[in-house]
Every structure is written in structure tokens, then in C-alpha cells.
Design a protein around this ligand. Sequence first.
Ligand code: C2O
Ligand code: CU
Ligand code: CU
Length: 544
Amino acid sequence: MDLHNYNIVFLNWQNFIKMKRYEFLRNFTYGLAAFSILPSMTYCKSGNGLNPNSGNSINESFNPDLDIELTAAQRNLQVFTGNKTEVYSYVSNILKAENSTVENLPGSWLGPVFRVKQGQKVRVRFKNQLPRESVIHWHGLHIPPKMDGHPMYAINNGKQYVYEFEVNNRPGTYWFHPHPDKITGPQVYRGLAGMFIVEDDENNLPAGQYDVPLIIQDRIFDDNNQLVYMQNNPMSQMQGFLGNRIVVNGNPENNLEVSKATYRFRVLNGSNSRIYKLAWSDGSDVIVIGTDGGLLPQPVRKPYLILGSGERVELWKDFSTSDTGKEVHLQSLSFNDGSSMGMGGGMMGGGMMGGSGPENGVGFDICTFTVTSQSGERKSLPSTFEAIKSIPESEAVNADSPRRFRFYNQRMQWVINGETFEMREVADWEKVKLNTTEIWEFINGDNGQGMGMMQNMMKMPHPVHLHGLQFQIIDRDVSGMSSDSWNTIKDGFVDEGWQDTFMLMPGMKVKIALRFKDYTGIYVYHCHNLEHEDMGMMRNYEVI
Ligand code: C2O
Ligand code: CU
Ligand code: CU
């Protein structure tokens, strides 16, 4: 498809794109240079404790149901007509697959879609053929630290790391992506990500061709069809990468054909830092059946849904009575994300940074579903799914004094309680005991006693993510938020299921309940705005 005739998705952005083209020409060379230079500059900042010979070898006594090779490599993909696009991809080679599938997405830069069952054993032989070190993180899975993809286990080019784990998560939509220290953003951006579905036995839900992953990402392509990452501009990194073009499932062809049938869409926000306010253009409710950690106790109807980077949501959508040719857009509506990036919010001015797309909160269409004449299976929406037992606050060892984690900006640096990531560092306030339940409180903002003006005025939403477990959200306190922002997003949160990632808007406080079980060791927690993560808005916690 010709890039320049492509105007389905960006109708609203037309003027913007015209304007951008100028900037592109001007910044084009910086853009490419920044891609390779920026990560290596930051890389040298501190020794990261990486052992170039590290790896993890096969455990012969582990008997996998699924055994695959997953190779991360650079390749050239025909994304548009004309020049091929240089991307990074995970390519799978199945050695054994019993009652599970690994489906490659041809024509896409995204990695495969795993479909496995609870209780199955998985072995992934990860081979790194990238120019830089990498590691695979299994986002949302409850697995031992050594299998989780902590940056300390990154391997260099030419090395292999063997992941072996049993799938003990609830059925649900999980995913995987690289997690090397300081260079997660560029690696995910170039194409490394895939979906990891733990299948359920719910036979009253749409299945097979009606159970569809929708991985939403934003990108910028230059006039030679090449991906453009960050401009070499500290403010861009401060904000996070924002693209000017939406890609769904690693393919900029965003027109998807659907049968007259009922669908289950497994939506993953795989963007580096863009937040979506999902809604249907036909005005129907967004029907949510699942969140990060699987199905909800019952479907939830929302006018729209806020989905931060790293989060998943499962949507129910019925096209069975739609007319042939009907078009329905999945949209991102406009909202106020409450951010301010400098003195009086002025630093970002008109809201666009050099070489980046529209700011968070600008509305646009994500993709278009066109109903074909084909008829398919019609399902009726179940009224309940498996109940979720809520974690009682009284079970927590710190119910009266939750641990507090403040996410804020300090001297042009995103921090957690004033700290940034150090490979193996764990503070006292980051150590928890195995087999305990805790309440953690996350606060977007400093404690008001900092060094004043500057840090207080730099505010952004942070999608907060913890590795190693699923938790429950028990309270979302918005009293510190600006109502101008809150009023535009207030109906978009689904907090009744299991989560591993949640949006922490400026001024918001979120309390979660967590149970630490099965594994001791070090996991990370971080902001899933990947540029914030790469800047160090990440810390370890240790289960002892
Ligand atoms: Cu999906 Cu540590 O991240
Ligand atoms: Cu994760
Ligand atoms: Cu952040």
C-alpha cells in the first residue's frame, strides 16, 4: 500500500501530517542518527553488571509441552510499496507443540502469537542476533525471577538464553517484549513484541477466527519507509515517543474485514508511550470482558476505555446483525491527560515536539472494521464469568501503613521515591516477605517538599507495571487531580479484574493489593512509558 495514498486513518491528522513533512525533511538525518547514538550514549553511563557470557542452558529434566526457538534479528520487511523497512523481529521455529500453537504474523514485524493452556510447560530458546544485548520479558506471567526477563539477564549478540516455565496464570492475554536496561524503548519500537495467550475453556465465547489479537502501536515512517524513533532531543525522551501513524498488528493496513459474527478482540496497547481512549464510532458501548489478568467476573459496559502502554483489555463486539459494507471505526477519543511539561505548562507549547506525533489526548481513528457479506457465528454475551475473590485488606501485613511509591520528576529525571534504576539495587522499602499480602500505594506527584517549581510543574501520566504477579486495584483517589483532566477520562477505568499495569494520572493515587507467593528473588517494577523506563523510572523489588 502506498504511503502517500494512505489516508484512511489519519483524516483528522491531515494538516498535522502536512506540517510534519517539513520537519521531517529538516530532522531526518538527526532522526536516524539518534536511533543508534542515543541508546549507546546512555548505555555507557553506568556499568550495568552485564556478564557478556551469561545465558541459561537447557534443563534436561524439564519436559516441555511447547519447545520453540525464538530468534530476535534485524530484517527487511515489505511494509509499504517501494523500499523495504528495516525492523527487528522475533521469528519462531517450533521444535515441539502439543495442544498449543505459535502463530507467526506474516508481513508483520510483530512476533508470534502463542496460544497455550494453564499448566503447560514452555521452553523458549531465545537467540539474540541483534547488534545489542537483549532479554525477553513475559509481561504478566507469574514465573521465577530467572525466567522473567530482568535486565540483568540480558545476553549479547550470538548468545542463547533458555526460558523454561510452567504456565500458572489464569487464562488471559499476556505478552512478551525485550527488557534490556536503557534500550527497551528502541527495541520494542523496531518491532520486538508478541502476544502470549493462555486459553480458557469458555465455549460460549467467540473462538478460532473470531478471537482476534489487536496490538495497537504508533510509529513514524520517513519518506524512505524507514522507522524514525526519537529525535535527539532530551524533551522528546522526557515525554516519551509519540508516533504520527497507528499500526495494528504490526501492519499499517488498518482496514480489517470482519464477518457478520461476534468477536472477541484481545487489545494490547503495545505503544511506547501513547495512551488510548478507546471507543466505537457507531456509538455503542465498549463491552469489556477481560483485563490484564483474564476475564472479569462479569462483562462491563463503558462509553470509552482508557488503555495505557502495556495494558490489555478484551472486548466483545457483535457484528452479526450489521449490514454488508458497514464500517465501524475503533477510535481514540480526545482527552486531557493532565500533563504539564515545564513552567506553566509552556515548555511543550502547542503540544508537539520536534519529530513526534500528536500529544496524548488528541483524538483519531485507530482502525476500521468493514463488515463483509460472510456470515459467521453469533454468540450471546454471557452475564457472568468465573468469580474473582477480592483480596481482603485485612489480610495485608501493612494494611494500616501501605508502602508509598511516588512517581514524579526531579531535576529533569523521572524518579520513583527520588530514585532511579540500578541493576541490582534493592532499598529496604523494596523488600517484601514471601507468603505475605501487602497494600502498596502509588502516587503521581512528589511530596510537595521538594525543590519547588520545576519538579512540581513537570507532570505526566505513568502506566505503572509490576513484574512477577497480578494484583488487584482497591482504590483510585482522584482528589488531587485537575477536574479538567479527570472529567475527560473518569468513565474509562475497569478496576474489577486482575491487573499487572494501571494508569496513574497526574495527581492520582492508586492503592493495590498484592500477594507475594511461590518465588523469591528480584523483579522490577516501573513506568511502562518505555522512554521513562529507559531513563530509569524503574526499580527492583525483592521477595525474601
Ligand atoms: Cu511490559 Cu517490565 O514490562
Ligand atoms: Cu512486565
Ligand atoms: Cu512514566
